[in-house]
Design a binder for this molecule. Structure first.
Ligand SMILES: NC(=O)c1ccc[n+]([C@@H]2O[C@H](COP(=O)([O-])OP(=O)(O)OC[C@H]3O[C@@H](n4cnc5c(N)ncnc54)[C@H](O)[C@@H]3O)[C@@H](O)[C@H]2O)c1
Length: 350
């Protein structure tokens, strides 16, 4: 069998490559780098193709495709969300994604995105908190101590300068895992006995739980003035974390309203419930936090442009390194119209 030409080969970043990239660069440096790429793409938000993600729901979870393009590069992510997976020894969220050249449609990168999604979600949260959290925030309550939790904590440290995380999860094993993983990472880690205890003295409240139902992780009376809420886990129809009363008292910031109104905390509110698109704050067109005692809420669901930015970051980081494998992904006949002949001329297997 003849060897595929360069045109057939697409750089593939495996899970192993991604872990090596993180170790070589340092996790906090990767999180800062991702935040910079995401922030840069949010500044040029208007030129992207935007569509709510295409979701296929089942009783157990959801499988989604998240496409976008900036006119030169096209990207998409495949991602699932299955809260019951964890009990079966599987991940709640797994993902992979691709970038392609808009000019000829050829893929230019295929990458694992389970790790990358956790890092891009954390980087987005912290980048947004930089604009919305009260000045001088030092302490975050981390409610839900699962797969995303350490990344969320370290991104808030690296990008917003917090020094303390207060952990709460209904499963003490999750809190113990998160506390052990964060030991020695430069954060004061305080395991707590309830959500109420976790939010004591915290200026940033992150909710990152997984349950395929409307839950009340934060009730209205738990949220006092001047905090920033980073709501991550409410990201599907019928899956929310906040009491609606919080939304009416907060300045609510979202990624892409047509998707957030279906999937976010604001699915609980009327279709015309006022929100600010976070890119407008980043681009200097709208105000972020307007006063110290305001409650700000980032009602995050995860948008395709964040994944596009993350893949762009990976593509730039792996260039000229051994952190990818050239994958024989595209059929590449000598004569582009002779696909059939290419098959016929292939040496038969012995
Ligand atoms: N907004 C985004 O961009 C984005 C990105 C990735 C994941 N997510 C969502 O974030 C959530 C967390 O993801 P993960 O990968 O960390 O999931 P995970 O299953 O690894 O962890 C979830 C944790 O939440 C805990 N939990 C469930 N109910 C709780 C409650 N009432 N109070 C406290 N803790 C509770 C569970 O015990 C578990 O430890 C998921 O719902 C996922 O869909 C959102």
């Amino acid at each position: 069998m003849s060897q595929p030409s360069d045109k057939a080969l697409v750089p593939f970043v495996s899970v192993d490559h991604m872990m090596r990239l993180v170790h070589r660069t340092g996790l906090e440096e990767v999180l800062r780098g991702l935040a910079d790429y995401i922030e840069a793409d949010f500044r040029r938000w208007e030129l992207f193709d935007k569509t709510p993600r295409v979701a296929s729901h089942s009783a157990e979870g959801v499988i989604e495709l998240m496409p976008t393009s900036d006119g030169e590069v096209y990207g998409f992510k495949y991602v699932n969300g299955h809260p019951k997976n964890m009990k079966e020894g599987l991940q709640t969220v797994t993902a992979f994604g691709l970038l392609a050249d808009v000019g000829n449609g050829y893929p230019v990168l295929l990458s694992e995105m389970t790790l990358l999604t956790a890092m891009r979600t954390a980087a987005t949260s912290a980048m947004v908190a930089k604009y919305l959290a009260p000045k001088g925030a030092t302490t975050m309550a981390m409610i839900g101590n699962g797969a995303q939790s350490e990344f969320q904590s370290l991104a808030m440290k690296a990008i917003c300068g917090i020094d303390t995380v207060r952990l709460w999860d209904i499963d003490p094993a999750a809190t113990a895992k998160c506390a052990a993983n964060l030991a020695g990472q430069g954060l004061r880690v305080v395991p707590c006995a309830s959500a109420e205890q976790a939010i004591e003295g915290a200026q940033i409240l992150t909710t990152c739980t997984a349950d395929k139902q409307c839950a009340t992780i934060l009730s209205d009376n738990m949220v006092g003035p001047g905090v920033h809420i980073n709501a991550i886990g409410g990201d599907c129809p019928g899956k929310t974390e906040l009491a609606p009363g919080i939304l009416t008292r907060a300045g609510v910031f979202v990624e892409y309203p047509p998707q957030s109104r279906i999937e976010g905390e604001i699915q609980q509110m009327p279709q015309d419930f006022p929100v600010t698109e976070i890119w407008e704050v980043i681009a200097g067109r709208k105000a972020g936090r307007v006063k110290p005692d305001q409650i700000t809420l980032f009602d995050s669901v995860g948008f395709a442009i964040e994944d596009f930015s993350a893949l762009r970051y990976v593509r730039d980081r792996i260039a000229g390194t051994d952190l990818f494998h050239p994958l024989d992904l595209l059929a590449d006949p000598d004569d582009p119209r002779d696909l059939f002949g290419m098959v016929q001329r292939a040496a038969p297997e012995r």
